[in-house]
Design a protein around this ligand. Structure first.
Ligand code: PLP
Length: 458
Protein backbone atom coordinates (compact mmCIF):
# COMPACT_ATOMS: atom_id res chain seq x y z
CA UNK A 1 0.00 0.00 0.00
CA UNK A 2 1.35 3.46 -0.94
CA UNK A 3 1.80 5.79 2.01
CA UNK A 4 0.36 9.28 1.79
CA UNK A 5 0.64 12.44 3.90
CA UNK A 6 -1.73 12.32 6.91
CA UNK A 7 -2.98 15.87 6.25
CA UNK A 8 -4.59 17.92 3.51
CA UNK A 9 -3.53 21.38 2.38
CA UNK A 10 -5.68 24.13 3.84
CA UNK A 11 -3.67 27.33 3.28
CA UNK A 12 -1.31 27.78 0.35
CA UNK A 13 1.31 30.27 -0.73
CA UNK A 14 2.05 31.15 -4.35
CA UNK A 15 5.51 30.36 -5.63
CA UNK A 16 7.42 32.64 -8.00
CA UNK A 17 7.69 31.57 -11.65
CA UNK A 18 10.61 33.28 -13.40
CA UNK A 19 12.21 33.32 -16.84
CA UNK A 20 15.70 32.02 -17.49
CA UNK A 21 16.88 35.59 -18.20
CA UNK A 22 15.56 36.77 -14.83
CA UNK A 23 17.32 33.91 -13.07
CA UNK A 24 20.62 34.55 -14.85
CA UNK A 25 20.36 38.20 -13.83
CA UNK A 26 19.48 37.36 -10.19
CA UNK A 27 22.31 34.85 -9.88
CA UNK A 28 24.94 37.15 -11.31
CA UNK A 29 23.68 40.04 -9.13
CA UNK A 30 24.16 37.69 -6.13
CA UNK A 31 27.76 37.01 -7.22
CA UNK A 32 26.74 33.36 -7.60
CA UNK A 33 26.04 33.04 -3.87
CA UNK A 34 22.69 31.27 -3.40
CA UNK A 35 22.26 32.91 0.02
CA UNK A 36 22.13 36.29 -1.72
CA UNK A 37 19.42 35.34 -4.23
CA UNK A 38 16.09 36.83 -3.08
CA UNK A 39 13.47 34.17 -2.29
CA UNK A 40 11.10 36.03 -4.64
CA UNK A 41 13.30 34.73 -7.48
CA UNK A 42 13.25 31.10 -6.32
CA UNK A 43 10.64 28.62 -7.58
CA UNK A 44 11.47 25.50 -5.53
CA UNK A 45 13.55 26.28 -2.45
CA UNK A 46 15.57 23.29 -1.30
CA UNK A 47 18.29 25.38 0.37
CA UNK A 48 17.31 24.12 3.81
CA UNK A 49 14.67 22.21 5.75
CA UNK A 50 15.20 24.62 8.66
CA UNK A 51 12.22 26.74 9.68
CA UNK A 52 10.69 26.14 6.25
CA UNK A 53 8.12 23.45 7.10
CA UNK A 54 4.38 24.10 6.86
CA UNK A 55 2.67 24.56 10.23
CA UNK A 56 -0.59 22.80 11.07
CA UNK A 57 -3.96 24.28 11.94
CA UNK A 58 -3.44 22.87 15.44
CA UNK A 59 -0.12 24.72 15.75
CA UNK A 60 -1.70 28.00 14.64
CA UNK A 61 -4.66 27.52 16.99
CA UNK A 62 -2.27 26.97 19.89
CA UNK A 63 -0.20 29.98 18.81
CA UNK A 64 -3.30 32.19 18.82
CA UNK A 65 -4.00 31.18 22.42
CA UNK A 66 -0.40 31.74 23.61
CA UNK A 67 0.21 33.37 26.98
CA UNK A 68 2.74 36.19 26.83
CA UNK A 69 3.56 36.40 30.55
CA UNK A 70 7.23 37.17 31.10
CA UNK A 71 7.74 34.49 33.75
CA UNK A 72 6.06 31.10 34.00
CA UNK A 73 3.63 31.53 31.12
CA UNK A 74 1.10 28.79 30.32
CA UNK A 75 2.85 28.41 26.97
CA UNK A 76 6.09 27.54 28.76
CA UNK A 77 4.40 24.84 30.83
CA UNK A 78 2.80 23.32 27.75
CA UNK A 79 6.20 23.33 26.06
CA UNK A 80 7.81 21.77 29.15
CA UNK A 81 5.25 19.01 29.34
CA UNK A 82 5.95 17.88 25.78
CA UNK A 83 9.73 18.08 26.18
CA UNK A 84 9.57 16.29 29.55
CA UNK A 85 7.58 13.41 28.06
CA UNK A 86 10.24 13.06 25.42
CA UNK A 87 13.57 13.64 27.15
CA UNK A 88 13.46 13.10 30.93
CA UNK A 89 16.09 15.85 31.32
CA UNK A 90 15.36 17.63 34.62
CA UNK A 91 16.69 20.96 33.32
CA UNK A 92 15.24 22.33 30.09
CA UNK A 93 15.75 25.82 28.67
CA UNK A 94 14.04 27.24 25.59
CA UNK A 95 16.32 29.28 23.29
CA UNK A 96 15.48 31.07 20.08
CA UNK A 97 17.35 28.68 17.77
CA UNK A 98 19.87 25.86 17.72
CA UNK A 99 23.01 27.96 17.47
CA UNK A 100 21.98 29.91 20.58
CA UNK A 101 21.68 26.59 22.41
CA UNK A 102 25.17 25.73 21.19
CA UNK A 103 26.62 29.05 22.31
CA UNK A 104 25.03 28.93 25.78
CA UNK A 105 25.92 25.28 26.45
CA UNK A 106 29.41 25.19 24.92
CA UNK A 107 30.53 28.43 26.56
CA UNK A 108 29.51 26.84 29.87
CA UNK A 109 31.03 23.40 29.26
CA UNK A 110 34.21 24.12 27.26
CA UNK A 111 37.41 26.00 28.10
CA UNK A 112 39.84 27.38 25.50
CA UNK A 113 42.22 24.71 24.24
CA UNK A 114 39.76 21.84 24.70
CA UNK A 115 38.53 19.48 21.99
CA UNK A 116 34.94 18.71 20.98
CA UNK A 117 34.55 15.27 19.36
CA UNK A 118 31.65 14.50 17.05
CA UNK A 119 30.45 12.19 14.29
CA UNK A 120 30.30 15.49 12.32
CA UNK A 121 29.88 19.04 13.68
CA UNK A 122 27.24 21.04 11.83
CA UNK A 123 28.60 24.37 10.46
CA UNK A 124 27.30 26.67 13.23
CA UNK A 125 28.21 24.02 15.81
CA UNK A 126 31.80 24.01 14.58
CA UNK A 127 31.86 27.82 14.56
CA UNK A 128 30.58 27.98 18.16
CA UNK A 129 33.29 25.53 19.27
CA UNK A 130 36.03 27.40 17.40
CA UNK A 131 34.91 30.84 18.63
CA UNK A 132 35.69 29.57 22.16
CA UNK A 133 39.28 28.79 21.13
CA UNK A 134 38.53 25.05 21.04
CA UNK A 135 39.02 22.41 18.34
CA UNK A 136 36.03 20.75 16.65
CA UNK A 137 37.19 17.29 15.55
CA UNK A 138 35.00 15.07 13.35
CA UNK A 139 35.32 11.28 13.67
CA UNK A 140 32.88 9.86 11.10
CA UNK A 141 32.76 6.06 10.78
CA UNK A 142 34.71 4.34 8.00
CA UNK A 143 31.49 3.30 6.19
CA UNK A 144 30.73 7.00 5.55
CA UNK A 145 33.69 7.20 3.16
CA UNK A 146 31.93 4.98 0.58
CA UNK A 147 29.13 7.15 -0.81
CA UNK A 148 27.62 4.25 -2.77
CA UNK A 149 27.42 1.61 -0.06
CA UNK A 150 24.00 0.83 1.40
CA UNK A 151 25.27 0.50 5.01
CA UNK A 152 22.32 1.48 7.21
CA UNK A 153 24.07 3.72 9.78
CA UNK A 154 26.70 5.77 8.00
CA UNK A 155 26.04 8.61 10.46
CA UNK A 156 27.78 6.74 13.28
CA UNK A 157 30.90 8.03 15.03
CA UNK A 158 34.00 5.86 14.62
CA UNK A 159 34.14 4.10 18.00
CA UNK A 160 37.75 2.92 17.67
CA UNK A 161 39.03 6.43 16.95
CA UNK A 162 36.81 7.82 19.70
CA UNK A 163 38.27 5.41 22.24
CA UNK A 164 41.82 5.93 20.97
CA UNK A 165 41.39 9.70 21.32
CA UNK A 166 39.87 9.49 24.81
CA UNK A 167 42.60 7.13 26.05
CA UNK A 168 45.46 8.80 24.13
CA UNK A 169 47.57 11.93 24.69
CA UNK A 170 44.67 14.26 23.66
CA UNK A 171 42.25 12.53 26.04
CA UNK A 172 42.73 15.03 28.85
CA UNK A 173 41.73 17.87 26.52
CA UNK A 174 38.42 16.40 25.36
CA UNK A 175 35.70 18.63 26.79
CA UNK A 176 32.65 17.00 25.23
CA UNK A 177 31.40 14.38 22.82
CA UNK A 178 28.56 15.62 20.63
CA UNK A 179 26.60 13.23 18.42
CA UNK A 180 24.52 14.79 15.64
CA UNK A 181 21.30 12.86 14.91
CA UNK A 182 20.78 12.54 12.01
CA UNK A 183 24.25 13.42 10.72
CA UNK A 184 23.45 16.51 8.63
CA UNK A 185 27.08 17.27 7.69
CA UNK A 186 27.54 13.55 6.91
CA UNK A 187 24.99 12.96 4.15
CA UNK A 188 21.93 13.08 6.42
CA UNK A 189 22.73 9.55 7.55
CA UNK A 190 21.28 8.14 10.78
CA UNK A 191 23.11 7.07 13.94
CA UNK A 192 22.28 3.65 15.37
CA UNK A 193 21.15 3.06 18.93
CA UNK A 194 24.05 0.60 19.28
CA UNK A 195 26.45 3.45 18.44
CA UNK A 196 24.79 5.76 20.99
CA UNK A 197 25.03 3.02 23.66
CA UNK A 198 28.73 2.55 22.93
CA UNK A 199 29.39 6.32 23.04
CA UNK A 200 27.64 6.53 26.39
CA UNK A 201 29.75 3.69 27.76
CA UNK A 202 33.01 5.32 26.59
CA UNK A 203 32.01 8.76 27.87
CA UNK A 204 31.19 7.32 31.28
CA UNK A 205 34.46 5.40 31.41
CA UNK A 206 36.50 8.49 30.50
CA UNK A 207 34.32 10.97 32.42
CA UNK A 208 33.48 13.18 29.45
CA UNK A 209 30.02 14.73 29.01
CA UNK A 210 27.98 13.25 26.14
CA UNK A 211 25.47 15.51 24.38
CA UNK A 212 23.17 15.03 21.41
CA UNK A 213 22.73 17.60 18.65
CA UNK A 214 19.14 16.44 18.22
CA UNK A 215 17.80 18.66 15.43
CA UNK A 216 16.42 15.60 13.58
CA UNK A 217 15.79 13.25 16.49
CA UNK A 218 12.43 12.07 15.07
CA UNK A 219 13.80 11.27 11.62
CA UNK A 220 16.71 9.43 13.24
CA UNK A 221 14.25 7.47 15.38
CA UNK A 222 12.21 6.55 12.29
CA UNK A 223 15.27 5.25 10.46
CA UNK A 224 16.23 3.23 13.56
CA UNK A 225 12.82 1.52 13.56
CA UNK A 226 13.30 0.78 9.85
CA UNK A 227 16.92 -0.32 9.87
CA UNK A 228 18.14 -1.51 13.28
CA UNK A 229 17.41 -5.05 14.41
CA UNK A 230 15.64 -5.05 17.77
CA UNK A 231 13.86 -1.70 17.27
CA UNK A 232 11.23 -2.58 14.65
CA UNK A 233 8.51 -3.13 17.23
CA UNK A 234 9.09 0.23 18.93
CA UNK A 235 7.38 3.50 18.04
CA UNK A 236 9.53 6.44 16.89
CA UNK A 237 8.60 8.13 20.17
CA UNK A 238 9.96 5.22 22.21
CA UNK A 239 13.20 5.17 20.20
CA UNK A 240 13.61 8.95 20.60
CA UNK A 241 13.02 8.66 24.36
CA UNK A 242 15.70 5.98 24.59
CA UNK A 243 18.16 8.08 22.58
CA UNK A 244 17.70 11.14 24.79
CA UNK A 245 17.99 8.93 27.87
CA UNK A 246 21.48 7.78 26.85
CA UNK A 247 22.99 11.29 26.79
CA UNK A 248 23.85 13.76 29.55
CA UNK A 249 21.92 16.42 27.68
CA UNK A 250 21.19 17.90 24.28
CA UNK A 251 21.00 20.93 22.09
CA UNK A 252 18.08 20.73 19.68
CA UNK A 253 17.08 23.17 16.98
CA UNK A 254 13.27 22.97 16.71
CA UNK A 255 13.25 24.54 13.25
CA UNK A 256 13.65 21.01 11.88
CA UNK A 257 11.81 18.30 13.80
CA UNK A 258 9.93 20.89 15.87
CA UNK A 259 8.27 21.83 12.53
CA UNK A 260 8.36 25.47 13.61
CA UNK A 261 9.66 28.68 12.06
CA UNK A 262 11.77 29.35 15.15
CA UNK A 263 12.88 27.66 18.36
CA UNK A 264 15.27 25.32 20.13
CA UNK A 265 16.01 23.96 23.58
CA UNK A 266 18.83 22.84 25.81
CA UNK A 267 18.26 19.76 27.99
CA UNK A 268 20.59 18.86 30.87
CA UNK A 269 20.92 16.39 33.73
CA UNK A 270 23.75 17.97 35.70
CA UNK A 271 22.34 20.56 38.15
CA UNK A 272 25.57 22.55 38.38
CA UNK A 273 25.93 22.78 34.61
CA UNK A 274 22.27 23.78 34.41
CA UNK A 275 22.73 26.57 36.97
CA UNK A 276 25.69 28.01 35.09
CA UNK A 277 23.94 27.69 31.72
CA UNK A 278 20.91 29.44 33.15
CA UNK A 279 22.92 32.52 34.15
CA UNK A 280 24.33 32.71 30.64
CA UNK A 281 20.85 32.18 29.17
CA UNK A 282 19.21 34.94 31.19
CA UNK A 283 22.02 37.38 30.41
CA UNK A 284 22.04 36.75 26.68
CA UNK A 285 18.81 35.04 25.48
CA UNK A 286 15.98 35.67 27.91
CA UNK A 287 14.42 34.51 31.17
CA UNK A 288 14.44 30.74 31.73
CA UNK A 289 10.77 30.29 30.85
CA UNK A 290 11.02 31.81 27.37
CA UNK A 291 14.74 32.04 26.52
CA UNK A 292 14.41 34.33 23.50
CA UNK A 293 11.31 32.62 22.10
CA UNK A 294 8.00 34.38 21.59
CA UNK A 295 5.15 32.61 23.41
CA UNK A 296 3.43 31.76 20.13
CA UNK A 297 6.54 29.93 18.99
CA UNK A 298 6.68 27.99 22.28
CA UNK A 299 3.16 26.82 21.43
CA UNK A 300 3.98 25.95 17.81
CA UNK A 301 6.98 23.97 18.96
CA UNK A 302 5.03 22.08 21.64
CA UNK A 303 2.41 21.02 19.11
CA UNK A 304 5.03 20.38 16.38
CA UNK A 305 6.94 18.01 18.65
CA UNK A 306 3.77 15.94 19.01
CA UNK A 307 3.01 15.87 15.28
CA UNK A 308 6.54 15.03 14.17
CA UNK A 309 6.54 11.68 15.97
CA UNK A 310 3.33 10.43 14.31
CA UNK A 311 4.32 7.26 12.43
CA UNK A 312 2.05 8.10 9.46
CA UNK A 313 3.77 11.45 9.06
CA UNK A 314 7.30 10.04 9.27
CA UNK A 315 6.43 7.14 6.95
CA UNK A 316 5.09 9.45 4.25
CA UNK A 317 7.98 11.90 4.59
CA UNK A 318 10.52 9.10 4.25
CA UNK A 319 8.60 7.73 1.25
CA UNK A 320 8.61 11.17 -0.41
CA UNK A 321 12.41 11.40 -0.15
CA UNK A 322 12.78 7.81 -1.36
CA UNK A 323 10.58 8.62 -4.38
CA UNK A 324 12.77 11.60 -5.30
CA UNK A 325 15.87 9.42 -4.82
CA UNK A 326 14.49 6.89 -7.30
CA UNK A 327 13.77 9.55 -9.92
CA UNK A 328 17.19 11.12 -9.47
CA UNK A 329 18.92 7.76 -9.84
CA UNK A 330 16.81 6.94 -12.89
CA UNK A 331 18.06 10.23 -14.39
CA UNK A 332 21.60 8.90 -14.04
CA UNK A 333 22.60 11.04 -11.05
CA UNK A 334 24.18 9.31 -8.07
CA UNK A 335 23.36 10.25 -4.50
CA UNK A 336 24.86 9.43 -1.12
CA UNK A 337 23.35 6.01 -0.43
CA UNK A 338 21.13 5.02 1.23
CA UNK A 339 18.76 8.02 1.02
CA UNK A 340 18.01 9.54 4.41
CA UNK A 341 14.93 11.67 5.08
CA UNK A 342 15.57 15.40 5.28
CA UNK A 343 17.70 15.71 2.15
CA UNK A 344 19.30 14.03 -0.83
CA UNK A 345 23.01 14.57 -1.34
CA UNK A 346 23.89 14.53 -5.06
CA UNK A 347 27.31 13.32 -6.16
CA UNK A 348 28.22 16.34 -8.30
CA UNK A 349 31.87 15.34 -8.58
CA UNK A 350 30.82 12.21 -10.48
CA UNK A 351 28.19 13.96 -12.63
CA UNK A 352 30.58 16.73 -13.73
CA UNK A 353 33.98 15.04 -14.21
CA UNK A 354 35.11 17.86 -16.53
CA UNK A 355 35.12 20.27 -13.56
CA UNK A 356 38.05 19.75 -11.17
CA UNK A 357 37.54 20.47 -7.45
CA UNK A 358 39.14 23.92 -8.00
CA UNK A 359 36.21 24.73 -10.34
CA UNK A 360 33.68 23.65 -7.67
CA UNK A 361 31.50 20.99 -9.35
CA UNK A 362 28.99 21.01 -6.45
CA UNK A 363 28.51 24.72 -6.71
CA UNK A 364 28.35 24.48 -10.51
CA UNK A 365 25.51 21.95 -10.27
CA UNK A 366 23.67 24.05 -7.68
CA UNK A 367 23.92 27.13 -9.94
CA UNK A 368 22.75 25.11 -12.94
CA UNK A 369 19.69 23.81 -11.09
CA UNK A 370 18.82 27.41 -10.35
CA UNK A 371 19.49 28.69 -13.87
CA UNK A 372 17.55 25.90 -15.57
CA UNK A 373 14.71 25.43 -13.10
CA UNK A 374 14.66 28.11 -10.40
CA UNK A 375 15.63 25.42 -7.88
CA UNK A 376 17.78 26.58 -4.98
CA UNK A 377 20.03 24.21 -3.06
CA UNK A 378 23.36 24.19 -1.25
CA UNK A 379 26.85 23.01 -2.14
CA UNK A 380 28.57 20.67 0.33
CA UNK A 381 31.95 20.27 -1.29
CA UNK A 382 35.24 22.10 -1.62
CA UNK A 383 33.60 25.51 -1.53
CA UNK A 384 32.17 24.72 1.89
CA UNK A 385 34.79 22.36 3.33
CA UNK A 386 38.00 22.91 1.35
CA UNK A 387 40.93 25.06 2.50
CA UNK A 388 41.98 28.16 0.55
CA UNK A 389 45.08 30.32 0.25
CA UNK A 390 45.02 34.12 0.62
CA UNK A 391 44.23 34.55 -3.10
CA UNK A 392 41.20 32.19 -2.72
CA UNK A 393 42.84 29.35 -4.62
CA UNK A 394 41.80 25.91 -3.42
CA UNK A 395 44.64 24.29 -1.43
CA UNK A 396 42.96 21.17 -0.05
CA UNK A 397 39.73 19.94 -1.66
CA UNK A 398 36.88 18.39 0.32
CA UNK A 399 36.70 14.57 0.25
CA UNK A 400 33.50 14.74 -1.87
CA UNK A 401 31.79 17.27 -4.12
CA UNK A 402 28.14 17.11 -3.05
CA UNK A 403 24.97 19.15 -3.46
CA UNK A 404 22.28 18.97 -0.79
CA UNK A 405 18.63 19.03 -1.84
CA UNK A 406 16.96 19.69 1.53
CA UNK A 407 13.25 18.90 1.63
CA UNK A 408 11.10 21.24 3.75
CA UNK A 409 8.49 19.43 5.85
CA UNK A 410 4.91 19.26 4.51
CA UNK A 411 5.70 22.02 1.98
CA UNK A 412 6.05 20.55 -1.51
CA UNK A 413 3.96 17.90 -3.27
CA UNK A 414 5.31 14.96 -5.22
CA UNK A 415 4.66 16.97 -8.41
CA UNK A 416 7.15 19.60 -7.21
CA UNK A 417 9.74 16.92 -6.49
CA UNK A 418 9.13 15.32 -9.89
CA UNK A 419 9.78 18.71 -11.48
CA UNK A 420 13.11 18.89 -9.62
CA UNK A 421 14.04 15.43 -10.93
CA UNK A 422 13.09 16.52 -14.48
CA UNK A 423 15.34 19.59 -14.35
CA UNK A 424 18.17 17.47 -12.99
CA UNK A 425 17.63 14.85 -15.71
CA UNK A 426 17.93 17.58 -18.37
CA UNK A 427 21.23 18.74 -16.91
CA UNK A 428 22.46 15.15 -16.71
CA UNK A 429 21.85 14.68 -20.46
CA UNK A 430 24.53 17.25 -21.36
CA UNK A 431 26.62 17.71 -18.22
CA UNK A 432 29.65 19.04 -20.14
CA UNK A 433 27.89 22.35 -20.85
CA UNK A 434 27.80 23.17 -17.10
CA UNK A 435 30.41 25.90 -16.45
CA UNK A 436 32.84 26.03 -13.53
CA UNK A 437 33.37 28.82 -11.01
CA UNK A 438 36.14 30.66 -9.20
CA UNK A 439 36.09 32.47 -5.87
CA UNK A 440 36.61 36.22 -5.88
CA UNK A 441 35.88 36.91 -2.20
CA UNK A 442 35.87 34.58 0.84
CA UNK A 443 35.78 35.49 4.55
CA UNK A 444 37.66 33.20 6.98
CA UNK A 445 34.75 32.04 9.20
CA UNK A 446 31.40 30.65 7.95
CA UNK A 447 32.73 31.23 4.48
CA UNK A 448 29.89 29.79 2.41
CA UNK A 449 27.33 32.34 3.63
CA UNK A 450 29.37 35.31 2.37
CA UNK A 451 31.21 34.09 -0.71
CA UNK A 452 31.40 35.92 -4.00
CA UNK A 453 32.17 33.96 -7.15
CA UNK A 454 32.55 34.40 -10.89
CA UNK A 455 31.52 32.04 -13.68
CA UNK A 456 34.17 30.61 -15.99
CA UNK A 457 32.38 30.01 -19.30
CA UNK A 458 32.33 26.33 -20.36
C1 PLP B 1 20.16 23.58 11.93
C2 PLP B 1 21.12 22.86 12.75
C3 PLP B 1 21.74 23.48 13.85
C4 PLP B 1 21.56 24.95 14.17
O1 PLP B 1 20.25 25.25 14.44
P1 PLP B 1 19.59 26.67 14.07
O2 PLP B 1 18.22 26.56 14.67
O3 PLP B 1 19.59 26.78 12.59
O4 PLP B 1 20.41 27.73 14.73
C5 PLP B 1 22.59 22.72 14.61
N1 PLP B 1 22.83 21.44 14.33
C6 PLP B 1 22.26 20.80 13.29
C7 PLP B 1 22.55 19.37 13.03
C8 PLP B 1 21.38 21.50 12.46
O5 PLP B 1 20.85 20.87 11.41
Amino acid sequence: MKSFPPYRIQVVKEIPITTRAERAEALSAAAYNMFDVPAAKVTIDLLTDSGTGAVSAAQEAAAAAADRSYAGSDSYYRFRQVVDELTSYPHVFPVHQGRAAERVLFSTVLRAGQISLSNTHFDTTRANVELLGCEARDLPCAEARDLDSAEPFKGNIDLDTLEATLSGPDGQRVGQVLITITNNGGGGQPVSMANLHAVRELCQRYQVPFFLDAARFAENAWLVTEREPGYRHLSPREVAQQAFALADGCVASLKKDGISPMGAFIGLRDPDLAKRSEVNLIATEGFRTYGGMASHDLERVAQGLREVLEPDYLRSRAAETAHLAQLVNAAGVDIVQPAGIHALYLNAGRLLPHIPPSGFPGHALACQLYLEGGIRCAELGSLYLGTFDAEHNLLQPAPFELVRLAIPRRTYTLAHLEYVADVLADIAKNPERVPSYRVVHAPPLLRHFNLKLAQIPA
